[in-house]
Design a protein around this ligand. Structure first.
Ligand SMILES: [Cu+2]
Length: 184
């Protein structure tokens, strides 16, 4: 029982290792005093990861082009966020540019650029999860009913994280069924 529970927890925690959420500026958040050039050092941002911006009401997050990043111009923002707790998915490879549109903040250094790499590419260093406590599953599997495995081969070798996740889920249910069979 203990082994099975630990095994299930391991399985449930595994997808979290595939995608990383980076808190911009770590505990200090998105502020006028952050060093965001320094913050990106040593981090590898991969397609499927997310950025979390935490900030107060005097700030916002604009996703901008490179030239608007260089010029601190928020007039053509690709998207604007001001909810104070913004999650930006890194959905495609290449550079992404963020500035705070409040007057003077970007010029004062409140700007961030990250280079997003494709999920399948070989990166020299593997990023460690910043503050990673695995989420506890909210529901326990109901005893008795064994889910039937879905048909079709699982695309194990694909590079896209979403497909990797679905491949993982395809593999997950038969394993769960086997564990439930052992426990019963
Ligand atoms: Cu600001």
């Amino acid at each position: 029982m203990g082994f099975a529970a630990a095994f299930l927890l391991l399985l449930l925690a595994a997808p979290a290792a595939l995608a990383v959420q980076y808190t911009v500026g770590d505990s200090a958040g998105w502020t006028t005093t952050g060093d965001y050039e320094g913050w990106v050092q040593g981090k590898t941002f991969t397609v499927g990861d997310t950025l979390l911006f935490n900030y107060g009401g005097s700030h916002a997050v604009d996703v901008v082009s490179q030239s608007d990043y260089d010029n601190c111009n928020s007039g053509n923002a690709l998207s604007t966020h001001n909810d104070g707790n913004t999650v930006i998915p890194l959905s495609s490879p290449g550079p992404m540019y963020f500035i705070c549109p409040t007057i003077g903040h970007c010029a004062g250094g409140m700007k961030l650029t990250v280079n997003v790499v494709a999920a399948g590419s070989n990166s020299p260093s593997t990023p460690s999860t910043p503050s990673g406590s695995p989420t506890t599953p909210g529901t326990t599997p109901s005893g008795g009913s064994t889910p039937s495995p879905p048909s079709g081969p699982s695309p194990r070798q694909s590079g896209a994280p979403s497909i990797m996740n679905s491949g993982f889920m395809l593999a997950f249910w038969p394993v769960l069924g086997a564990v439930l069979a052992i426990m019963s």
